[in-house]
Design a protein around this ligand. Structure first.
Ligand SMILES: [Zn+2]
Ligand SMILES: [Zn+2]
Length: 556
C-alpha cells in the first residue's frame, strides 16, 4: 500500500518536467512528401545524426539533413542545422560523424574511419559527403549505400533476377545487333528527358531474335525489343514511343505491383498480408518458412510475366506515361499512335496465328489503347495535392443511410474495447497521399461519361501496417460522393510507400468542373483503412482486417 502511494505521488511530478519543443522540419522527405511540424520532447543525438522526438504516441526519428531547427514553444532555438554545419566545417566538433576522406588519386569518397584509405599524401578531407560530391568526387561503393532509396527494393531485386532468367530461357538475346548501340543511346536520351524524377535504376536495353513485334520491360531497368518490332517500324520516333512506354513500366514499378496481385491470387489476400507482414516484421531475422514460400512465388510469377506480360490496366498506365513524356517534351503524339496501329494491324492480319508470348497480341485491347491515347490528355497540377489522413472513428460498414462527405461511423458507445484501442492509437497524418497529376479521357465503356485518373503515391508515416480499403471523394454540388475505383486493398507496411492510380467515372457535363475542383484542391471525402495487427508470433490477429478506420481527407 505504501509503495503504491509513492508511485502515485511521483508520476505528477514527472509530467511537468517533460519539456515540449516545437520541432520545425524543412523540405521534402525522400518520397517527396513534405515534412511537418510536430511536438514532443526532442533528444538530439549528434553521433547517430538523428533527432529523436518522444511524443505521447512513441518515438519518431528524423535525420539531421531533414530537420532545419528545433524550437522551444517560446521561440528559443535549441538546435539548428546551420550552426551544426558551421561547427563541423570549422572542425570544432571533436567527433564528426559526417567527415569524409577523398582519395585524390581515384576520386573516391570514403568514410573517415575505414582501413581502405589511401596514404595521407592523397587524402583530402571534407566536413560533409555532399560537399565532396559537389566537387565532382564519387562515392565509394563499400562506404555508402548506393542502392535506390525506395521501399521494397530487395523484393524488386529478386523479381529482376528471376525475370531475367525466365526471359533468357525462352529467348535468344542478340548482343551484337547493329541497332543495339543506337537504341541504347535513344534510351538514355529518353531517360534524360523523363517527366518525373527517376528512381535510380540502372537501365539496359537488349534485342531479342523474334519475328513477331514485341517489347517488354522488367523491374530494375531491363528493356527488351524484338527484331520483329525493330523491322516493323518506319521511323525511329516510333521506337522512342515504345522505349518511353517500356521505361514507364519500370519507373511505375509494374513488375512489383503485378507480382503483388499475383501473390494475392495464389495465396488469398489474408495469407499474403500475413506473409508480407511476417517478412517486414522479421527483417534481419528472416522467418525461413515465409522466405521459402516467397522464393517459390517469385519463380512462378517470373514465368507468367515472361509469357503473358502485364495486365491491360498496367499497359494503359504505361501508355499514359509515354504520352506524358511526349507531351512534356513537345513531341508529336502521332508517333505513339502509328506504332500502336502497326501492332494492331499486324495482329489483325495474322489473327489466329499470334502466339501467347506476344504482349501486344490482344487485338481489341490495342484499339482501345489507341482510342485512349488519341482522346486523352494529362494535366500536371501547378503544385501537388498533399492529403493527410485524419482518423475520425471506426467505419460503420453496415450503414445503409444516405451517403454524404462524412463517413458513416459507429457511435462511440458501440465500440468494442479493441476498436477503442485502435482508434486511440492512430495519430493524424498516419498516412499521407500525394497527387501530382491527373489524366482525362472519354470513357471506353460509355459515350456519355468521362474518366479522370488520379496518379500519385501513398506513404505510411508510422510503425503500424495498414491496408487502404477505398477512397470516397466528394465534390459539393457536383458529382456527390464518387468512389475512386482501382484504389482498393493497397497494402503499405510501416514506413513504406506505394504508387497508385485511381479512376473517377463521371458524366460528361460534370467532368470539366470536377477537374477544376481537383486543380483548385477542393477535395473532400474519406478513406477507409484497416490496421494489420500482428501478435507476438507475428500472426495476424483475428478481426484485424474487419475493423476499418474512417479517415477524413485533409488537403494541405
Ligand atoms: Zn570506402
Ligand atoms: Zn507494355
Amino acid at each position: 500500500m505504501k509503495r503504491l502511494w509513492v508511485i502515485l505521488f511521483v508520476v505528477p511530478l514527472i509530467v511537468p518536467g517533460f519539456a515540449q519543443h516545437t520541432i520545425i522540419l524543412k523540405g521534402l522527405d525522400k518520397s517527396g512528401f513534405p515534412l511537418e511540424k510536430t511536438s514532443g520532447k526532442a533528444e538530439i543525438i549528434e553521433k547517430d545524426k538523428t533527432i529523436r522526438i518522444k511524443t505521447s504516441k512513441g518515438m519518431k526519428f528524423y535525420s539531421f539533413n531533414d530537420v532545419k531547427e528545433v524550437v522551444e514553444k517560446d521561440g528559443t532555438i535549441i538546435w539548428s542545422y546551420e550552426e551544426y554545419n558551421a561547427l563541423l566545417l570549422n572542425q570544432a566538433l571533436i567527433f564528426s560523424p559526417h567527415r569524409v576522406i577523398v582519395n585524390t588519386q581515384t576520386g573516391r569518397i570514403h568514410q573517415s574511419g575505414v582501413l581502405h584509405l589511401p596514404d595521407s599524401l592523397y587524402q583530402k578531407e571534407y566536413g560533409f559527403k555532399d560537399l565532396a560530391v559537389s566537387d565532382g568526387f564519387e562515392l565509394c561503393k563499400a562506404c555508402f549505400d548506393s542502392r535506390p532509396d525506395i521501399y521494397d527494393y530487395d523484393l524488386e531485386k529478386q523479381l529482376t533476377t528471376q525475370s531475367i532468367i525466365a526471359i533468357k530461357n525462352r529467348n535468344e538475346i542478340m548482343y551484337e545487333h547493329e541497332r543495339l548501340e543506337f537504341l541504347s543511346e535513344m534510351m538514355s536520351s529518353v531517360l534524360n528527358r523523363w517527366p518525373e524524377p527517376l528512381k535510380g535504376y540502372s537501365y539496359r536495353l537488349q534485342i531479342i531474335r523474334d519475328d513477331s513485334p514485341n517489347a517488354l520491360a522488367i523491374a530494375g531497368g531491363n528493356l527488351y525489343l524484338t527484331t520483329g518490332l525493330i523491322d516493323m517500324v518506319e521511323n525511329d520516333k516510333e521506337l522512342e514511343a515504345v522505349i518511353a512506354h517500356e521505361i514507364a513500366h519500370v519507373e511505375r514499378r509494374h513488375t512489383l505491383r503485378s507480382f503483388k496481385v499475383f501473390q494475392e491470387k495464389q495465396l488469398g489476400a489474408r495469407a499474403i498480408i500475413l506473409l508480407m507482414a511476417t517478412l517486414a516484421a522479421a527483417s534481419g531475422n528472416p522467418n525461413v518458412e515465409a522466405l521459402s514460400q516467397m522464393t517459390k512465388l517469385l519463380a512462378e510469377y517470373s514465368t507468367v510475366l515472361a509469357v503473358k506480360g502485364y495486365s491491360r490496366e498496367l499497359e494503359m498506365e504505361a501508355d499514359m506515361f509515354a504520352q506524358l513524356y511526349f507531351q512534356e517534351n513537345e513531341l508529336n503524339k502521332r508517333n505513339l499512335l502509328t506504332v500502336f496501329d502497326r501492332l494492331a494491324t499486324y495482329s489483325s492480319t495474322r489473327l489466329g496465328y499470334i502466339p501467347e508470348t506476344n504482349a501486344f497480341s490482344d487485338h481489341p485491347s490495342i484499339r482501345v489503347r489507341i482510342k485512349r491515347v488519341t482522346d486523352g490528355s494529362f494535366y500536371t497540377l501547378p503544385e501537388p495535392i498533399i492529403i493527410k489522413l485524419a482518423p475520425v472513428g471506426i467505419l460503420n460498414t453496415r450503414w445503409e443511410g444516405p451517403i454524404t462527405d462524412q463517413p458513416p461511423i459507429k457511435p462511440k458507445e458501440h465500440l468494442s474495447q479493441k476498436e477503442k484501442r485502435i482508434i486511440e492509437s492512430v495519430e493524424n497524418n498516419f498516412i499521407s497521399i500525394r497527387i501530382d497529376r491527373f489524366y482525362k479521357a472519354p470513357s471506353i465503356n460509355s459515350t456519355t461519361k468521362n474518366e479522370l485518373f488520379l496518379l500519385g503515391s501513398i506513404k505510411n508515416n508510422v510503425s503500424n501496417h495498414y491496408t487502404l480499403k477505398g477512397m470516397q471523394l466528394y465534390f459539393p454540388g457536383k458529382s456527390g460522393v464518387t468512389p475512386l475505383s482501382g484504389f482498393t486493398d493497397i497494402n503499405i507496411f510501416a514506413g513504406g510507400n506505394a504508387e497508385f492510380i485511381g479512376r473517377l467515372t463521371l458524366w460528361d457535363f460534370l467532368s470539366e468542373s470536377v477537374a477544376e475542383e481537383i486543380i483548385n484542391k477542393h477535395l473532400l471525402g474519406y478513406v477507409s483503412v484497416s490496421q494489420i495487427s500482428l501478435d507476438k508470433e507475428k500472426k495476424i490477429k483475428k478481426g484485424g482486417q474487419v475493423t476499418q478506420i474512417a479517415s477524413l481527407i485533409i488537403v494541405e
